[in-house]
Design a binder for this molecule. Structure first.
Ligand code: NAD
Length: 482
């Protein structure tokens, strides 16, 4: 099944930080793929804006290099040459006055204006102020901002306030690329477009939920950046929180940006504080070819966690009594992201075989996106009624008859949503603040207690203590495997 392309209107997209890593690896190759899919008109303009002094031609060659390298496109690709014709460049100083008049003169009237802030958050205020001050942005313009959105509640509030001085909430698109993933959106489709699951989707029938985002890579190469954030800031406050919200939220009245985000916000506000007994943090040790976290982070004394596991309770009618266990980490056994909903056992068994028969629904976000529902059936053969648990397994690519080649990646989809003016998959300011308000006390407790993360072996499933977090509740983590 070929995915349907709904074209967007003509636009001028300015990428501040167009020469940076994110622009090269994700934004520009993503735009090229949408161009190839015919999703936007060939009159659209993409303008890189960064400090490097260079002309349009030089930036086009840079873009060619990035799309070839990160988009897997052959060097002499004819379509790529057509795409490069849409590209321009303005050398600009975000915190000075150079380049802004030039940028203004490049902007066309009568088309959508979007400004992607792919720069350090410390420059957001400078850019927002100049876009407004030079009259480059108007009431219809959109701005896209990248994570990290603050490092605690105070800084997130400051950032929100800075942007709010020049843009209203409806113009601000805070990217959490997790929300752009096909399978993450599928969570909403599975829950709200089927009658099967929703009646069981509560603590009466659900025993517990596990959310796992495991990576095999360490932090080498970006260790000093990572060391200032750690797993809780880098993954839990944003990505895992968003997954938890989509699983736990009430059905929105409509698939509408504010209706969806209102429901997510209610979940975050209902999260109980997490005490020290309900959270385990870890740090990977040297193993195989790899160095220890402290070496990768270039900080021998680092107390930053590369792994975190926690038990989260949601204080509302739906979830009272059914905990959510979250875990994420680096240098783990396999790269996998999944959500597993374990249902309760039937209230009464008519079979006297002692076989546990809790149904489990596993939604795989990556790799091999799909769903797996474990159901009990009778083991074939004579000799009485023996039961066995079997998977009803569906890989989305197979079910839809494609190999995933035409499925847009998260950034592509989100950028097209910006042009379309659809904020459903972007975080609202109050959501971000509520998530920090919940995370801050956890981080403060670690900092004031000067606690050290538990060591774990590279290539393992994380620290032993994380196993105990579930064992003491008579539960166990699902195995981490690809
Ligand atoms: P980078 O350091 O590679 O690029 C920064 C860009 O900003 C460069 O183009 C540089 O020229 C420009 N810049 C810096 N100072 C400037 C100034 N005064 N005026 C104009 N331009 C200036 O950074 P990056 O990795 O591309 O990250 C950009 C943003 O995206 C950051 O906020 C980062 O946290 C976020 N982010 C990056 C990634 C990633 O994979 N790289 C992932 C998620 C979020």
């Amino acid at each position: 099944m070929v995915s349907r392309v709904i074209p967007v209107d003509d636009f001028d997209l300015v990428i501040f930080g167009g020469t940076g890593d994110l622009a090269h690896r994700k934004i520009l190759p993503g735009l090229y793929r949408r161009f190839l899919a015919g999703q936007f008109p060939d009159t659209a303009r993409i303008i890189g804006a960064a400090r490097t002094k260079q002309d349009d031609a030089a930036f086009r060659e840079e873009v060619r290099g990035a799309v070839v390298k990160f988009g897997g496109v052959p060097e002499g690709d004819e379509n790529l040459t057509a795409f490069l014709n849409l590209i321009g460049y303005v050398a600009i100083d975000a915190s000075g006055e150079d380049g802004w008049q030039d940028l203004k003169s490049r902007m066309r009237s009568g088309v959508i204006h979007a400004f992607y802030f792919s720069v350090a958050p410390s420059l957001f205020g400078d850019i927002a102020q100049r876009l407004a001050g030079y009259g480059i942005a108007d009431a219809d313009s959109r701005i896209v901002v990248e994570k990290p959105f603050g490092r605690d509640l105070t800084t997130a509030r400051e950032l929100n306030a800075t942007l709010a001085r020049h843009f209203v909430e409806e113009q601000i698109y805070r990217i959490d690329h997790y929300l752009g993933k096909e399978t993450v959106q599928n969570l909403m489709a599975v829950r709200f477009a089927n009658i099967l699951f929703e009646p069981l989707w509560n603590a009466q029938y659900v025993d517990h939920v596990q959310i796992t985002v495991a990576e095999t890579v360490g932090v080498a190469g970006r260790g000093s950046y990572y060391d200032r954030s750690g797993a809780i800031r880098d993954m839990v406050q944003n990505h895992l929180m968003q997954l938890l919200c989509l699983i736990a939220m009430e059905p929105p009245y409509h698939f509408d940006p504010n209706a969806v985000r209102d429901e997510k916000l209610k979940v975050i506000r209902a999260l109980e504080p997490v005490g020290p007994d309900d959270i385990v943090r870890g740090q990977y040790q040297a193993g195989g070819e790899g160095a220890a976290y402290v070496t990768d982070a270039e900080n021998p004394d680092s107390r930053t966690e590369s792994y975190v596991a926690m038990k989260v309770r949601i204080a509302n009618w739906r979830w009272q009594g059914a905990p959510f266990y979250l875990r994420t980490g680096k240098k783990l056994r396999a790269r996998t992201s999944e959500i597993a909903i374990t249902f309760k056992e039937p209230p009464h068994s008519i079979f006297d075989d002692g076989v546990p028969r809790a149904n489990q629904l596993v939604i795989r976000l990556q790799p091999n996106e799909g769903m797996n529902l474990k159901v009990m059936i009778k083991e074939p053969g004579p000799g009485g009624m023996r039961l066995v648990q079997v998977p009803l397994d569906m890989t989305f690519a197979e079910a839809l008859g494609n190999d995933g080649a035409d499925v847009p990646d998260a950034y592509e989809r989100l950028i097209m949503d910006v042009i379309r003016g659809n904020q459903t998959l972007f975080m609202r300011g109050d959501e971000v603040e509520a998530a920090w308000a919940w995370t801050d006390p956890i981080i403060e407790a670690w900092e004031t207690g000067k606690t050290r993360p538990e060591p774990y072996d590279a290539g393992s499933s994380g620290p032993e203590e994380a196993l105990r977090l579930l064992h003491r509740d008579n539960r166990r983590w699902r195995e981490i495997r690809a």
